[in-house]
Design a protein around this ligand. Structure first.
Ligand code: ATP
Ligand code: MG
Length: 317
């Protein structure tokens, strides 16, 4: 028996969120914010926290600085039930941080990547591959050193009989460099959203993108916001599954990460791909019923209750 169902490999940072700001920032001037929150950021952390909330044993592999923000990141992950013993701490770089300036529905963000940009395959203790049944990799464009070794990492996982999932997330540089013909055969479950998939494959429609990746994927589930998701498997017709539509969305922050957490928590249990897709849709929908990426996933009872009361689904976690 391996100690972890899922190892999340990805970026870690704190978010310093400023609300009720008096106007937009201007160089040479000082302005006030009416409210400030310092909290764990990173979409891979939302994935890890929510997969743990759904009952999976989850560990995190990521790089942080040996600093106060690093401590906050560690404590916050542990409070969410995510094992932090495999985090890599460095003296030479600071932990990553994102300053979020909130203006109603819109926000301006500035990220200092710090340690997250430096972690490479060589930094990862290969013993971790013996400890987990599944590895989830996310946000590769925020982690250039890791991205450069992506093929090596996936091939190594495969050689250790560890299944993998990949959510590339957005590319802030918008170069979308991704060798899908080489990478996708090494990935068990590929989890982009539809916009990202089109950009990763230089396609102008989702259909065109799906046709491009189909010869190479094992399984892909393409997230389509409030429409639902599309399951693409080699040798099968793509299967669209409508969302559990939430008409009273609080916000959709982290819906994709919650989809991933739902989908992969089922995948590691050996459930069918259709079940993984359905559970992903349900967890994405549940995500939208509370603020932020983890607000709806505080404990199993609450998740079960939301599934029952809002979406008429009986689940047992
Ligand atoms: N309004 C909604 N109602 C119900 N379900 C939703 C809604 N919005 C999103 N979902 C579910 O969540 C899933 C993931 O959402 P989305 O497509 O926005 O992912 P994403 O773009 O990767 O998100 P993220 O910004 O978190 O990376 C969808 O496939 C859908 O099943
Ligand atoms: Mg996403």
């Amino acid at each position: 028996m391996k100690p972890y169902d899922i190892l999340a490999i990805g970026e870690l940072n704190v978010d310093l969120i400023l609300n009720r700001i008096d106007g937009e920032p201007e160089v040479g001037k000082e302005k006030f914010a009416g409210d400030m929150i310092l909290t764990l950021g990173s979409s891979t952390a939302i994935f890890a926290a929510n997969a743990a909330a759904l009952g999976a044993k989850v560990g995190f592999v990521g790089m942080i600085g040996r600093d106060n923000f690093g401590e906050l990141i560690k404590d916050s992950l542990e409070a969410k039930g995510v094992d932090t013993s495999m985090l890599i701490e460095t003296d030479s770089l600071s932990s990553g941080a994102t300053i979020v300036l909130n203006y109603g529905e819109d926000r301006a963000m500035i990220t200092y990547q710090g340690a997250m940009a430096a972690m490479s395959f060589d930094d990862i203790d290969k013993a971790v591959f013996e400890k987990a049944r599944h590895i989830h990799i996310s946000s590769i464009f925020l982690q250039p050193a890791l991205n450069a070794d992506l093929e090596k990492l996936l091939a190594y996982a495969r050689s250790r009989q560890v299944t993998t999932s990949l959510d590339t997330q957005w590319d802030p540089a918008e170069t979308w460099k991704f060798d899908y013909a080489r990478i996708l055969p090494l990935v068990s479950v590929f989890l982009p959203n539809e916009k990202e998939l089109m950009l990763l494959t230089s396609s102008s429609t989702v259909d065109e993108a799906v046709e491009k990746i189909r010869p190479y994927v094992n399984t892909a589930i393409i997230k389509m916001g409030n429409k639902g998701s599309l399951l693409v498997c080699k040798g099968r017709e793509p299967e669209f599954l409508p969302s559990f539509l939430n008409k009273e969305v609080v916000d959709a922050i982290g819906a994709g990460d919650s989809f991933n957490a739902g989908c992969i928590s089922r995948f590691v249990k050996g459930e069918s791909l259709n079940d993984c897709q359905r559970f992903g849709n349900l967890m994405g929908a549940i995500n939208t019923t509370a603020a932020g990426g983890t607000g709806a996933f505080t404990d199993k009872d609450r998740i079960e209750e939301t599934a029952r009361n809002k979406f008429n689904e009986n689940i047992t976690l």
